[in-house]
Write a protein that binds this ligand. Structure first.
Ligand SMILES: Cc1ncc(C[n+]2csc(CCOP(=O)(O)OP(=O)(O)O)c2C)c(N)n1
Ligand code: SF4
Length: 285
């Protein structure tokens, strides 16, 4: 497989320069590097600019309601455990409308990878504040500036016991594809929050702004990714400098282990030939 095997025929409807392009390339690279074929992969999203990403990759795709990407993603993974399930979602889609699913699916710990294209704004609906918009940022409808504390999604994920918490930058596609690959290999819920400039509506968190601040966290003697308190401190860094890389790792059993599903035949492989549904169908006749 090479990158062209994952090329879809859909015309890309993002603004030139949008950070989503870097994320799209990174996801394709990961699939090639991991030796996946389009039939092995399910990309799931909700609604938004980021949620269009699955349209631009040739593989299985489920495009759900705004904020509702995670429930179908975990359901599909539970029904067909051989699928590689990756969610591509926005900060509004995942942390706002889908906030409750985010919290409880971290606790549920099904083996899926969640890539949040975090442009700190609602892109598709033309620039309203999102849960990650910086305090004080002025939008068209909030001319005095945002007064709500931003949602600290990485810190929340660490506190909830997420086993793989990372931050990437869409302009560093090589590094980002490595991060997403590590997330896919992690057994359980993995979160990769991606700094994604929205060149049209976010005039603060630009390529220039990020590029001056991002630095790579290197796993190894200088940084212990298994240390929860150190990870919380690292995840909280913002404004002056912004760490990218794997921020936190924790080994724990996944939902599939704990529920005993791993010892059972997946739903998609259950034989259906001998099941008689005629009685059930009478209800609808
Ligand atoms: C239930 C519901 N609420 C609101 C909307 C309108 N809506 C669509 S996308 C969106 C925000 C998208 O922002 P984000 O998820 O950050 O993605 P982006 O477009 O920035 O990539 C909103 C509010 C909707 N479609 N459905
Ligand atoms: S509005 Fe922003 S997020 Fe949407 S395509 Fe344009 S640059 Fe990207």
């Amino acid at each position: 497989m090479n990158i062209n095997d994952f090329k879809s025929n859909d015309e890309i409807a993002w603004c030139p320069g949008c950070g989503d392009f870097g994320i799209l390339n990174s996801v394709k690279k990961v699939l090639v590097n991991l030796g996946k074929e389009p039939k092995d992969v399910l990309l799931v999203s909700g609604i938004g600019q980021a949620a269009k990403l699955p349209h631009y990759i040739k593989c299985n795709c489920f495009n759900g309601l705004h904020g509702r990407a995670l429930p179908p993603a975990v359901a599909a993974k539970i029904a067909n455990r051989s699928l590689t399930v990756i969610v591509t979602t926005g900060d509004g889609d995942c942390y706002g409308e889908g906030g409750n699913h985010f919290l409880h699916n971290i606790r549920r710990n099904v083996d899926i990878t969640v890539v949040v294209c975090n442009n700190q704004i609602y892109g598709l609906t033309k620039g309203q504040a999102s849960p990650t918009t910086d305090l004080g940022y002025k939008t068209k409808v909030l001319s005095n500036g945002v007064i709500l504390e931003p949602m600290h999604a990485l810190e929340m994920a660490i506190v909830l016991g997420c086993g793989f918490v990372a931050r990437g930058y869409s302009a560093d596609s090589e590094h980002l594809s490595w991060l997403i690959g590590e997330g896919v290999k992690h057994k359980g819920f993995s979160l990769i929050d991606v700094l994604q400039p929205c060149v049209t509506y976010n005039k603060k968190n630009t390529y220039e702004w990020y590029s001056k601040r991002v630095y790579k966290v290197n796993e190894g003697p200088s940084y212990d990714v298994y240390n929860k308190m150190a990870a919380l401190q690292k995840a909280a860094e913002w404004e002056e400098k912004i760490p990218i890389g794997v921020i936190y790792r924790k080994e724990s059993d996944s939902y599939e282990d704990r529920s005993g599903l791993n010892n059972k035949i997946p739903l998609v492989e259950e034989k259906i030939e001998d099941i008689d549904i005629s009685e059930a169908l009478k209800e609808f006749s």
